[in-house]
Design a protein around this ligand. Structure first.
Ligand SMILES: Cc1cc2nc3c(=O)[nH]c(=O)nc-3n(C[C@H](O)[C@H](O)[C@H](O)COP(=O)(O)OP(=O)(O)OC[C@H]3O[C@@H](n4cnc5c(N)ncnc54)[C@H](O)[C@@H]3O)c2cc1C
Length: 299
């Protein structure tokens, strides 16, 4: 469809994940005209990130959202390490320092967090949020960026002084500025299982150190819990994701207790960084610029 309308703004932020939402809050605080778009109809619904650190909480404090964010955070959890199959606890790490005013490791849930950040944007008349709008391409000149954005009403042009690609690990903005991810993808896949209505009061992370199959169990706010299982090379994603296989993997940890699985996925961790984060008036931020794994590879 032909682009008829032109929307003018200082900053076009592409992608309303945690990075784009945070950036829009920062720009809003400074009264800078901002358009934030996302192709999704709303903020994320399914569980993704489950741990937030003290530096990120400090950012939430800086944008005036620490109180609503902390309502959905279980602060300051550690990790207990167990042998498998005998389940002997042989190590505990329970950090107590709060150098930045917050505990270092905190349990949260990304959907609740994103919803709070999105609500925070209502404080700013200078920020416009357009869900169900997809960036379809852009050009830039000395004075600004012209972006083609497709929404439910058709195609619009957004003319902005700057564009920031916070459009995630598969960023099309990164591709458009000719930036390449360098680094490594771990040669390991993990089954990630999220549960709700959890009946286990233990609130530290449990790491089961079994060379054959390491397992991590991460409690969250509002009776949620995540289990992560390292998959063996011969285990296919399809077979692993069958309900009976997921139940089989959970049984040693849950016994016959009912487990309400709300999401299961196979995930490969990446340790990669974009070789440049800016071209002219276009910037990258968040996963578009760098992907950080939660644990280190053996290499
Ligand atoms: C299973 C799983 C577990 C994870 N666990 C953790 C964890 O414990 N701790 C942690 O820190 N991180 C974790 N992560 C990673 C974390 O979710 C990401 O790092 C985080 O979401 C990145 O935020 P972002 O805003 O940079 O990008 P994203 O959250 O990926 O957001 C990008 C947004 O851009 C939008 N978009 C993309 N292209 C376009 C386009 N052309 N036009 C319009 N919109 C577009 C997408 O719809 C999306 O909403 C996990 C991820 C997964 C999948």
């Amino acid at each position: 469809m032909q682009s008829t309308e032109t929307l003018r703004t200082a900053v076009l932020v592409v992608g309303a994940g945690p990075t784009g939402l945070t950036l829009a809050n920062i720009l809003g605080q400074h009264g800078i005209d901002t358009v934030l778009i996302d192709r999704k109809p709303s903020t994320v619904a399914e569980p993704r990130a489950v741990s937030i650190d003290d530096e990120s909480l400090r950012t939430m404090q800086a944008i005036g959202l620490i109180e609503p964010v902390m309502k959905d955070v279980v602060p300051g959890y550690g990790v207990h390490y167990y042998t498998r199959p005998h389940g002997r606890c042989f190590g505990k790490v329970e950090p107590t320092a709060s150098d930045y005013g917050f505990p270092k490791r905190n349990a949260f849930r990304q959907p609740l967090f994103e919803a709070t950040l999105c609500e925070g944007l209502q404080r700013f008349g200078s920020v416009q949020v357009l869900f169900s709008h997809t960036l379809d391409g852009f050009t830039q000149d000395d004075a600004g960026v012209s972006a083609v954005v497709n929404g439910p009403q058709g195609s619009i042009t957004v003319r902005a002084a700057y564009l920031v690609g916070t459009d995630g690990g598969r960023s099309s903005v990164r591709q458009a500025i000719g930036s390449t991810l360098v680094g490594s993808s771990f040669n390991a896949r993990w089954l990630v299982v999220d549960t709700e209505d959890d009946d286990d009061p233990f609130w530290q992370t449990r790491a089961y150190c079994d060379a054959r199959r390491p397992v991590v169990e991460v409690p969250g706010p509002n009776r949620t819990r995540r289990f992560e299982f390292l998959l063996r090379p011969q285990e296919t994603d399809e077979a692993t994701l069958r309900p009976e296989r997921v139940s089989e993997l959970l049984r040693p940890f849950r016994g016959e207790r009912k487990t309400n699985v709300v999401r299961k996925t196979v995930y490969t961790f990446h340790a990669r960084v974009a070789d440049h984060w800016r071209k002219g008036r276009v910037f990258l931020a968040g996963d578009a610029a760098h992907l950080t794994p939660p644990m280190r590879d053996r290499a």
